[in-house]
Design a binder for this molecule. Structure first.
Ligand SMILES: Cc1cc2nc3c(=O)[nH]c(=O)nc-3n(C[C@H](O)[C@H](O)[C@H](O)COP(=O)(O)OP(=O)(O)OC[C@H]3O[C@@H](n4cnc5c(N)ncnc54)[C@H](O)[C@@H]3O)c2cc1C
Length: 390
């Protein structure tokens, strides 16, 4: 079988790319194993939401399980001698009704898949094992031994991407002595559409609003502590969450599915090579601080599609080079900021704590810096892909 594009991986990034391509009449096939529900929710900022609208998946059904993010609060809960002031960002400061929405992956991924199927995308239920490119095409081989041919491949097959490895694209890796617990819970007080990131000594603890009196939680901590939290009864975990939130959300109950994720950083040495664009976590992995991961991945998908649409041969060197340059300019500085923020919490060096506190104080008090932090938190100011412009 031959199509213009093959996408390996049906996570949110691969599926979003498939929808965008099919919407523009570009033939594409997605190679992916069976969908496994994921308990995570993701805070998607305005440009990503714009893309969901553009694709046509932002409907009442999806909206009913998501919640708007109207305020973002950062609280220094390190207990250090020098602490940063509380920072409160409000979407009204940017004339926005909300910064974005908290979207459950277990609902987003099936919605994207249904849309891709309705748009005529071909789905191949398998796993890609290898890829081989020549001057005119790329051939992807599946686990079943079948070959699929295209002009361009989008490797969106996750952090351990088999196709990235098969094409000999290396990665830079770094690890953190941390894990993250993802879950959700109910609370007796209203969250008032506020997402709160508590900066603690072993990493951030972030609550993100869900519909009604419910929130999702990403709790980063030392691996042994996360393991202990996983083993606790619901009642015990509820007490721990109530303590960490200092009672600000009232009484905690009804803990949702829990899943732990080891924290690591990773970046592909190139984001494009041999008729392949590397997309989403196959290209970059970063800790869940400041809701950057999937927002970056969706920008990868939309940027790849912008370059593929209208190109006679989207696999040529100049297009691959442009994709690599555009995506690195967005990804690399964001990974650096997230790493710095995380390291400054973990480091026992007082100078780090002082620098973090000074930086956050400046953001809290200097208007242009506040604005810069808010706009850059949403998306880069330049080169926003077409589907995200609104
Ligand atoms: C705890 C936590 C909280 C997070 N919160 C946020 C947030 O609030 N906001 C945000 O923007 N980001 C967040 N992120 C990051 C975000 O969840 C990820 O960036 C995103 O899920 C990555 O999507 P993806 O499509 O690139 O990869 P994946 O979701 O990993 O999808 C890859 C797909 O490829 C498939 N696959 C694997 N191997 C193969 C193969 N060989 N062949 C074919 N298919 C294959 C897999 O089955 C999977 O479906 C969070 C991450 C964590 C860990």
């Amino acid at each position: 079988m031959s199509t213009t594009a093959i996408i390996s991986g049906a996570g949110p990034a691969g599926l979003a790319a498939a929808c965008l391509l099919a919407q523009d009449g570009i033939s594409c096939a997605v190679i992916a194993p069976e969908f496994k529900p994921d308990p995570r929710t993701t805070a998607l900022m305005q440009p990503s939401m714009q893309m969901l609208k553009f694709i046509g998946v932002w409907n009442d059904e999806l909206k009913a399980v998501c919640a708007p993010l109207k305020q973002l609060h950062l609280i220094d809960d390190t207990g250090n001698l020098v602490t940063a002031p509380k920072i409160q960002f409000s979407s009204t400061e940017m004339n926005l009704e909300e910064f974005g929405w908290n979207v459950p992956l277990a609902r987003l991924v099936p919605a994207l898949r249904a849309r891709a199927e309705a748009l005529g995308v071909t789905f191949i239920a398998s796993i890609s094992v290898s890829a081989h490119a020549d001057e005119h095409k790329i051939i992807v081989q599946t686990e079943a031994g079948e070959n699929y041919e295209a002009k361009i491949l989008l490797a969106a097959d996750g952090a351990d991407s088999a196709l990235r490895k098969s094409l000999g694209i290396g990665t830079e890796n770094w690890s953190f002595d941390q894990s993250a617990l993802a879950t959700s819970f109910s609370h007796s007080a209203s969250h008032q559409s506020v997402s709160t990131e508590y900066h603690k000594l072993a990493g951030p603890f972030t609550t993100v609003p869900l519909p009604g009196n419910r929130s999702s939680l990403v709790w980063m901590d030392r691996p042994a502590r996360i393991e202990a939290l996983l083993q606790m009864s619901d009642a015990e975990l509820a007490i721990e969450i109530q303590l960490e939130t200092k009672g600000s959300l009232g009484r905690i109950s009804d803990i949702g599915t829990r899943k732990a994720f080891p924290m690591r950083g990773q970046r592909a040495t190139t984001f494009a090579s041999q008729r392949c664009m590397v997309v989403g976590e196959a290209a970059h992995v970063l800790p869940p601080i400041g809701a950057q991961g999937l927002n970056l991945s969706l920008r990868d998908a939309a940027q790849a599609v912008d370059l593929i649409i209208g190109a006679e041969d989207p696999g040529i060197e100049s297009i691959l080079k442009e994709y690599n340059a555009l995506r690195r300019a967005d990804v690399v500085p964001r990974q650096q900021i997230v790493n710095l923020m995380n390291q400054s919490l973990l480091s026992s060096f007082p100078a780090f704590a002082l620098a973090r506190s000074a930086g956050l104080s400046a953001i809290a008090n200097i208007a242009p810096l506040r604005n810069l932090a808010m706009t850059q938190g949403l998306a880069p100011s330049a080169n926003l892909p077409f589907a995200m412009r609104g």
